[in-house]
Design a protein around this ligand. Structure first.
Ligand SMILES: Nc1nc2c(ncn2[C@@H]2O[C@H](COP(=O)(O)OP(=O)(O)OP(=O)(O)O)[C@@H](O)[C@H]2O)c(=O)[nH]1
Ligand SMILES: [Mg+2]
Length: 406
């Protein structure tokens, strides 16, 4: 190799090395650029996440309905109006849920009685003749009353096919449906505005809960905007007027009273007259649950009715009999006795919270064909429910014993 060739070779090698160096620098710059972009992207993402997190925290901390100033401008009146309309709906749904829960609690003892026994029988995979016989027995020994119990059983038997009768779920469903049908006594809702004053006469033997029920009903009516006056028609018992006065004060309704031992008819007559003169919407008349004899009581109550009619044409507009569910089938007997002696247009069944004998309501509805208007599920002023057969059946037969059949 000549000296010149050597110089060319060195020069060529140097040029290649230079190109390689340049290429490597360029590649490094590129890699750095990629890394930088990736780092910048990660930073932006982290920033966005942090912002989102802050938004979430703000939303959590803000009371319901409160919105950010900017968002408020964007959302405008539409969302605000929707919020206002949604809140009462939600409140109504919550109130309905709370009422259903209270009714379920109130019926816990009855549910734990004959309903639980039925449930145990129907928690089998298949029903045979023996179980069916036991089911009939449970119904007959429940406080439904033998007549209604037998009717319930034979209706289920005849309505279901042989296969269905072996299926616990079919029997349970039918039992619920039939109970609902018995409880749905056909009667229009009470129209409190039908007359002015509207006169409600309340009857029942002693201790069933007449005065307490009157207090609770008065409170409900006053709350709904009615002007209510009470008549202390139980002049037989010295403390009766006092007790009604306490309820009247609680409810916001004045009480017309007579002298102890005085004529109950004249007290109620005075109350109707005062209601007419002073523009009251509703008069609710309390009566004695006991006199010297049963005949005396019935005579007295019939006289009360006649005198009310004299005070106002067409009155009393409703006559309700209060029955104590803890007395079981005795309540059915009382109802029959009263109904024979005078017109009864509605029933109030009290003390369902304190008894396993709540099945009596089936017998009452079935045998008397008088609508149950209210049920008492406690002693407090709000422990009175307008009777709703569907809600009652749901609360009574809560749960499905056939779901885990073994
Ligand atoms: N647990 C429970 N107790 C009730 C209910 N309704 C009434 N009571 C109670 O039953 C008792 C008798 O109630 P009253 O309202 O005095 O009965 P009454 O029919 O007016 O009785 P007399 O005036 O003696 O004829 C009271 O202690 C009430 O608190 C109810 O639904 N549940
Ligand atoms: Mg009383």
């Amino acid at each position: 190799m000549t000296g010149l060739e050597l110089v060319y070779l060195i020069g060529a090698l140097a040029a290649v090395a230079l190109v390689l160096f340049a290429v490597r620098r360029a590649s490094e710059r590129n890699q750095l650029g990629d890394a930088g972009r990736a780092a910048r992207r990660r930073l932006r993402e982290a920033e966005r996440e942090r912002e989102d997190e802050e938004e979430r925290e703000k939303a959590k901390a803000a009371p319901a309905g409160e919105v950010d100033d900017d968002e408020e401008a964007e959302a405008g009146d539409e969302a605000a109006a929707a919020g206002e309309a949604g809140a009462p709906d939600q409140r109504a749904a919550e109130a309905a849920r709370a009422e259903a829960a209270e009714l379920r609690d109130g019926l816990a003892k009855t549910r734990g009685g004959f309903v639980a026994r039925l449930g145990r029988l129907l928690s089998k995979k298949k029903i045979d003749g023996e179980i069916l016989g036991e089911l009939e027995e449970v119904l007959l020994t429940a406080d439904i009353g033998p007549k209604t119990a037998e009717k319930l059983f034979t209706t289920i038997q005849s309505a279901l096919s042989r296969d269905q009768l072996e299926d616990p779920a079919a029997v349970w469903t039918r039992l619920r449906e039939e109970s609902g049908r018995i409880l749905s006594v056909d009667a229009p809702a009470v129209d409190w505005a039908r007359a002015r004053p509207f006169v409600l006469l309340v009857l029942g033997v002693n201790g069933v809960g007449k005065t307490t029920t009157i207090g609770k009903i008065a409170a409900k009516l006053v709350q709904s905007g009615k002007k209510v006056i009470l008549a202390a028609g139980d002049t037989f018992r010295a403390a009766a007027t006092e007790q009604l006065e306490i309820w009247g004060q609680r409810a916001g309704a004045p009480v017309v009273k007579g002298r102890p031992g005085g004529d109950p008819s004249s007290v109620i007559f005075d109350a109707v007259k005062r209601a007419q003169a002073e523009g009251y919407d509703i008069v609710i008349a309390d009566t004695a649950g006991r006199l010297h004899t049963k005949v005396d009581l019935m005579e007295e109550l019939r006289k009360v009715r006649r005198v009310i009619q004299k005070a106002q044409d067409g009155a009393p507009h409703e006559t309700w009999l209060v029955l104590d569910s803890t007395t079981g089938q005795n309540a059915i007997q009382q109802a029959k006795m009263f109904k024979e002696m005078m017109e009864v247009t509605g029933i109030v069944l009290t003390k369902l919270d304190g008894t396993a004998k709540g099945g009596v309501i089936l017998g009452i509805c079935d045998e008397l064909a008088v609508p149950v208007r209210f049920i008492g599920i406690g002693e407090s002023v709000d422990a009175l429910r307008e009777f709703d057969p569907e809600a009652f059946v749901s609360a009574l037969y809560e749960g499905d014993p056939t779901a885990n059949a073994a």
